[in-house]
Ligand binder design. Structure first.
Ligand SMILES: *Cc1c(COP(=O)(O)O)cnc(C)c1O
Length: 223
C-alpha cells in the first residue's frame, strides 16, 4: 500500500480546507487511526510521516503498541472502561473519550501512581444520538468544574463524533456547535484549545469548522 500518497492527499485536502476558512495547516493534527491494520502496516504508516496514532480498543491496542518501537504519540479514542485505565495509561499520552467522573477519578489515581499527567479531551455527544457516548452539551460545563481538583488530568479540549451521513455538509452544524461550546467555555477553561472532530468521511468540513485534530482511519488505510 502506498501510504505516502494517501497521507499526501489527505494533507492536501486539509490545506484546502484551511485556505477556505482562513486557518493554518500546522494547526491541524492528523491522527492516523490504525485500528484496521496490524503491526507491519502501522509501521508503514509511521514511515509515511504519521507520528500521532489512534486506537479505540484496549485488547488489540495493547499488544500492538508494545511491538512498535517508533517514537509515536498514541491517542486513545474509543470508549474506555474504568478497569482498563491501568492497562492503557502507560501506552497512551492522550485520552479523547473522557465522559464521566468515575473515569476521571481512575485516570487521576493511575496517573498519580505513575507520577505523570494525562492529556484528556472531554467527549461531547453533540448530535444527541442514543448510540453515541459523550456528555450532553448542557452537562459539559458542570463536568469541567468537577474535574478541577484532579491535578493529574489536563483537559485540553473537546471531542465529538458526528452521525454517519451521505453528505458531510449535513454534519457541519455538529462541528460548529462543538466549536461554539468550546468558545463559550474558554474564559473559565483557557486550556481548552483542542477540538478533536472529523473522520474520513467528514474531516474537510470539520477542519473548516475549527478541528485541531482529525482522526483518520479508512481514508489512509483502505485500498
Ligand atoms: C474508527 C474511528 C475513527 C476513524 O474512522 P474512519 O471513518 O475510518 O476515518 C475516528 N474516531 C473514532 C472514535 C473511531 O472509532
Amino acid at each position: 500500500m502506498d501510504y505516502r500518497a494517501k497521507v499526501d492527499a489527505v494533507r492536501e485536502q486539509i490545506a484546502r480546507s484551511c485556505e477556505r476558512s482562513g486557518r493554518r495547516q500546522e494547526d491541524v493534527l492528523v491522527i492516523g487511526v490504525s485500528k484496521y491494520v496490524g503491526v507491519e502496516e502501522t509501521r508503514s504508516l509511521i514511515a509515511a510521516g504519521i507520528d500521532h496514532l489512534g486506537e479505540n480498543r484496549v485488547q488489540s491496542a495493547v499488544p500492538k503498541i508494545s511491538q512498535i518501537a517508533e517514537p509515536v504519540i498514541w491517542h486513545f479514542i474509543g470508549n474506555l472502561q474504568t478497569n482498563k485505565v491501568k492497562d492503557i495509561l502507560p501506552l497512551f499520552a492522550w485520552i479523547h473519550s473522557l465522559d464521566r467522573l468515575s473515569l476521571a477519578k481512575e485516570l487521576q489515581k493511575q496517573a498519580d501512581k505513575m507520577d505523570r499527567v494525562v492529556n484528556c479531551l472531554v467527549q461531547v455527544n453533540v448530535s444527541g444520538e442514543q448510540s453515541k457516548s459523550g456528555l450532553a452539551i448542557a452537562d459539559t460545563a458542570p463536568f469541567l468544574e468537577q474535574l478541577r481538583g484532579l491535578e493529574r488530568i489536563r483537559v485540553k479540549g473537546l471531542m465529538t463524533m458526528a452521525p454517519l451521513v451521505k453528505d458531510a455538509e449535513e454534519v457541519r452544524p455538529v462541528f460548529r456547535r462543538l466549536r461554539e461550546l468550546r468558545d463559550s467555555l474558554l474564559d473559565d477553561h483557557p486550556d481548552l484549545l483542542h477540538l478533536s472532530m472529523g473522520m474520513s468521511a467528514d474531516f474537510a468540513v470539520a477542519v473548516e469548522e475549527g478541528a485541531t485534530m482529525v482522526r483518520l482511519g479508512s481514508i489512509l488505510m483502505k485500498p
